[in-house]
Design a protein around this ligand. Structure first.
Ligand SMILES: *Cc1c(COP(=O)(O)O)cnc(C)c1O
Length: 348
């Protein structure tokens, strides 16, 4: 049975070109700054974002943590969206390791607006913790892959800087946002003080993320990466796949977005399923199954028996993520399995 894996865009396997590049990569010890392939990847990333420097990190979570740690001191406050990845899926590392206090704002789209942020800035009084950092997420994962426009980003960054706050962009899927808006990623990063993006998601590399910022910031980031145990040796084998990902993958994302849209429109036709089409902008579809009489764990298990992998994100909500290992036929097949499973369970 062919498995159709719609759990995440992290499940993609390296393309033949990536595997060849990995096999042939020129490598050295990156802790000694001697891996030419890593250097090349970091230069390429900096260039794409029109910044001075970049650092290859093992995971997006580590990239985010390094950034939060460098922008703040223990006891400072960080403003972020209540459903953000940094707050919900990084094990509280911002508190446990960087020692900062998250100030979470509830949003509809996942995207903060400046007036809400401004309301949460702590007064400059000696007995108040100080607000230092705003974290943005584009696209926003748990809001369903929603995109923050360049204009909104610009507004927040300009206003935050005017108030002395730094801005970090969790751009795990920034290339999806850029595809949706048909803009270069550099435009969406605006003047954010640091940017993290993942090679391991829709871009399809087996592992790795990049932290992009000024040269000074990246030098400090290299120290923190080592402190966290993230100094790697002949990691050019991974960087080589990353370079291929940056070159060949962004152009494929539009197809993932069309597939997600197709799945969303078809799901909307099914009894008991609800979703907001306007939030399906990129490669993520979050849908509500309360009306089916099944919990997401139950539906997930039934689908799995039939070769379709979809995870719940709560008792009543599930998330589909499209990626380059999923084509339109896979989508159609997944839909017919979803229809069959729902029909069988609703006729009891
Ligand atoms: C996946 C993801 C990350 C980083 O995840 P890792 O698994 O640590 O690479 C960060 N932010 C968002 C929004 C993500 O989706």
């Amino acid at each position: 049975m062919k498995i159709i894996d719609l759990r995440s865009d992290t499940v993609t396997r390296p393309t033949p070109r990536m595997r060849r590049a990995m096999a042939e990569a020129e490598v050295g010890d990156d802790v000694y700054l001697e891996d030419p392939t890593v250097e090349k990847l970091q230069e390429r990333a900096a260039e794409l974002f029109e910044r001075e420097a970049a650092l290859f990190v093992p995971t997006g979570s580590m990239g985010n943590l390094i950034a939060v740690k460098l922008h703040t001191r223990p006891g400072d406050e960080v403003i972020l969206d209540s459903r953000s990845h940094i707050l919900n899926y990084e094990l509280g590392s911002l508190a446990a390791i960087a020692g900062v206090v998250p100030r979470a704002i509830t949003t509809v789209t996942g995207h903060l607006r400046w007036p809400q942020i401004e309301d949460c800035i702590r007064p400059n009084i000696y007995y108040c913790a100080q607000t230092r950092l705003v974290c943005l997420e584009n696209t926003h994962n748990m809001a369903g892959g929603t995109v923050m426009s360049a204009k909104e980003t610009h507004e927040i960054v300009a206003s935050a800087h005017a108030r002395g706050l730094a801005v970090h962009l969790d751009g795990a899927r920034i290339f999806n946002a850029a595809t949706y808006l048909n803009l270069p990623v550099a435009k969406l990063a605006d003047r954010c003080d640091s940017i993290m993006f993942c090679l391991s998601k829709g871009l399809g590399a087996p592992a790795g993320s990049l932290l992009v910022a000024s040269r000074d910031f990246i030098e400090q980031a290299r120290r923190v990466r080592k402190m966290l145990g993230g100094g790697m040796r002949q990691v050019g084998v991974l960087a080589a796949a990353g370079l291929v990902a940056l070159e060949e993958s962004p152009a494929k994302l539009a197809e993932d977005h069309l597939n997600a849209r197709f799945l969303a429109e078809e799901l909307l036709q099914l009894n008991g399923i609800k979703l907001h089409l306007e939030s399906v902008q990129t490669n993520i579809v979050i849908f509500d199954i309360s009306g089916t009489g099944l919990t997401s764990a139950e539906l997930s298990a039934k689908l799995k028996e039939n070769g379709v992998l979809i995870n719940g994100i709560s008792h009543t909500q599930m998330r589909i993520v499209t990626h380059y290992d999923i084509n339109r036929n896979d989508c159609k097949q997944a839909l017919s399995i979803i229809r069959k499973v729902l029909k069988n369970s609703q006729s009891y």
